[in-house]
Design a protein around this ligand. Structure first.
Ligand code: TRP
Length: 450
């Protein structure tokens, strides 16, 4: 199989584009709000530094050594008596499950990009009604925008690594950063900024509990796109002689920076007008538009920029969720890229419709299980079960199964991970990451009642 190679900057931006997504701009701020600010941010930063970063190096390493789709990479690298490791490569399919709801949320963002021109909501109640009416009643609008998202993402993936994925990231990632940093500069001039800063960086220790810890570990995987083979698949097209450690560092750094900037921007706006931070998932769809209403027509402009940034972030992540399975179908079943994209897109488009229907008033019951909407079930399953499992497979594979000489040879060749740093990294993926993941999964199964 012929794997196209990214340019160096193309790879960095594509990997960062995958990492920087709805997780940073939508989820991170509302989780920070829910878990009380500083303490959560601190654990998040610690997990990113001590777990996420090491796992990203491990995941990139498998891709860079395997140079194929996830299944083939595992199969190639596993020792002869352990070829069953190829099944770990099926983690790529989780991307399709994530896409069923991720694409629906991108659809909501598209909808908001249009809706804000009709004026921003004047009260929280009005904003709540608008959001609830969208997800509760407007079936056709949701299907329309979800379909639009499926088509846009599908088209980019269809264009391939060079002509699609690299190109779009080269445009969207800098635009996204420009918008967010622009908003930050403005937020800086608001009184709300110092409150936002204090909220995010002054840990309230009484809020520090193990639930926050577990959510932080789960989120560090999600936000860095780990445990599903997205980064692995991109790394299969890593340009020659690229330092894995350096690239992983830049990507982790950018992802974290953007989450913090998004948080500061959103909380500055919110605190400027005394809104509460703990609003849950509706934070950017309900609280933010209401607050921006206070800025008059400037508010519409800010809302436009904000939702544009959110859309860009979502699209560049979505393509990394679709690409692994597409690559797999091309490599293993000789699909053309077009056919692979159409088949995969159709599947998650369809399930995505079921997911969005599960929130509606008329169809909700039909698409729920045990009182839980399908949307939530899909999100919970991937976020809290499948990604940690995938991450677990990655660290065990690199930490215990891959011959040490091979790991060392590559990391030494590619530059800097030697001596003490290498030892620390190995310790992290052999012990810290697996233990944290086991702890998380046990907790999920209710074995540890926390
Ligand atoms: N990291 C993206 C976000 O923060 C989502 C994402 C893209 C993802 N690719 C992934 C999550 C692979 C897990 C695995 O929104």
């Amino acid at each position: 199989m012929k794997v196209q190679r990214f340019s160096r900057i193309g790879f960095i931006l594509a990997a960062a584009g995958s990492a920087v997504g709805l997780g940073n701009i939508w989820k991170f701020p509302y989780m920070t709000g829910e878990y009380g600010g500083g303490a959560f941010v601190l654990i998040y930063l610690i997990t990113i530094a001590f777990i996420g970063f090491s796992v990203m190096i491990a995941e990139m390493l498998i891709g860079a050594l395997g140079r194929a789709d996830t299944v083939t990479s595992f199969e190639r690298l596993a020792p002869p008596d352990k070829k069953w490791w190829k099944y770990a490569g099926f983690m790529g399919f989780n991307g399709i499950i994530i896409m069923t709801f991720y694409s629906v949320v991108i659809g909501w963002i598209f909808y908001y990009l249009f809706a804000i021109f009709g004026g921003l909501p004047a009260t929280t109640q009005e904003a709540k009604n608008a959001f609830n009416s969208l997800i509760g009643d407007q079936v056709l609008a949701q299907i329309f925008f979800h379909t639009l998202s499926v088509i846009i993402v599908g088209f980019i993936v269809y264009r391939g690594i060079k002509g699609g994925i690299e190109k779009i990231n080269l445009i969207l990632m800098p635009s996204l950063m420009l918008i967010l940093f622009g908003l930050l500069v403005y937020a800086f001039s608001l009184d709300g900024f110092s409150k936002a800063f204090a909220f995010m960086f002054e840990p309230k220790w009484e809020k520090l509990n193990s639930e926050a810890f577990i959510r932080a570990v789960g989120h560090s995987f999600f936000t860095l796109s780990l445990g599903m083979g997205a980064i692995m698949t991109y790394a299969a097209s890593l340009p020659k002689d690229t330092s894995i450690t350096k690239t992983a560092f830049i990507v982790t750094f950018m992802d974290t920076l953007i989450a913090l900037v998004a948080g500061l921007v959103i909380f500055s706006f919110l605190f400027q007008f005394g809104a509460q931070p703990g609003q849950g998932p509706g934070l950017v769809f309900i609280s933010l538009p209401t607050i921006l209403h206070n800025f008059g027509s400037l508010g519409v402009f800010f809302a436009l920029l904000f939702f544009l940034a959110l859309a860009f972030a979502g699209i560049t992540s979505a393509i990394s969720l679709v690409e692994p399975v597409v690559q797999y179908l091309i490599d293993r079943f000789n699909f053309t890229r077009a056919k692979a994209v159409v088949v995969i897109s159709f599947i998650y488009w369809l399930v995505g419709i079921a997911a969005l229907l599960s929130f509606t008033n008329s169809w909700g019951k039909l698409f729920s299980m045990g009182g839980k909407p399908l949307f939530d079930i899909l999100e919970f399953t991937t976020d809290s079960i499948l990604l940690p499992l995938g991450g677990f497979a990655i660290v065990i594979f690199v930490g215990y199964v891959l011959p040490k000489t091979q790991v060392q040879a590559h990391l030494h060749k590619s530059g800097e991970l030697s001596g003490k740093l290498y030892a620390i990294w190995m310790f992290s993926i052999r012990y810290i990451a697996p233990i944290a993941l086991i702890f998380m999964m046990l907790n999920l199964m209710g074995v540890l009642k926390i």
